[in-house]
Design a protein. Structure first.
Length: 122
């Protein structure tokens, strides 16, 4: 980003604007970060940088509330989950608790979401 310091933000790509917003959010140290679809517009390096920052904030004691459709990443980095469908909470808990709710001990978060939103768990 240093090589872009003299650029006018209006000339930034969507991914670059997303990186700037993330950097601004992490300048302060609130007890809770709320992030909505943080990976949209980011390249793989930007995504990894965001995830590394998120882990640092968690280690420092901050909470992170994240909405995302990238379930494999959420499963890897998040502790608890709330699954929404048609504007309603249909499941919540840790991955282990969600697996128990669907009765599948090896299910991924993606598997759980598909099963839950197809009406089998509602």
């Amino acid at each position: 980003m240093e090589n872009k310091l003299k650029w006018f933000p209006g000339h930034f790509s969507k991914g670059m604007r997303q990186k700037v917003m993330i950097m601004c959010a992490f300048l302060v140290h609130p007890p809770l970060y709320i992030v909505d679809e943080p990976f949209v517009g980011l390249d793989p390096i930007g995504i990894q940088s965001f995830l590394d920052l998120m882990l640092e904030m968690k280690k420092a004691g901050a909470g992170v509330l994240m909405s995302t459709h990238i379930l494999s990443t959420a499963e890897q980095y998040c502790d608890r989950f709330v699954i929404l469908h048609e504007g309603r909470i249909i499941m919540k808990g840790t991955v282990a608790e969600l697996r128990e709710q669907v009765g599948k001990s090896q299910a991924t978060l993606h598997d759980i979401y598909i099963e839950a939103t197809q009406g089998e768990c509602v």
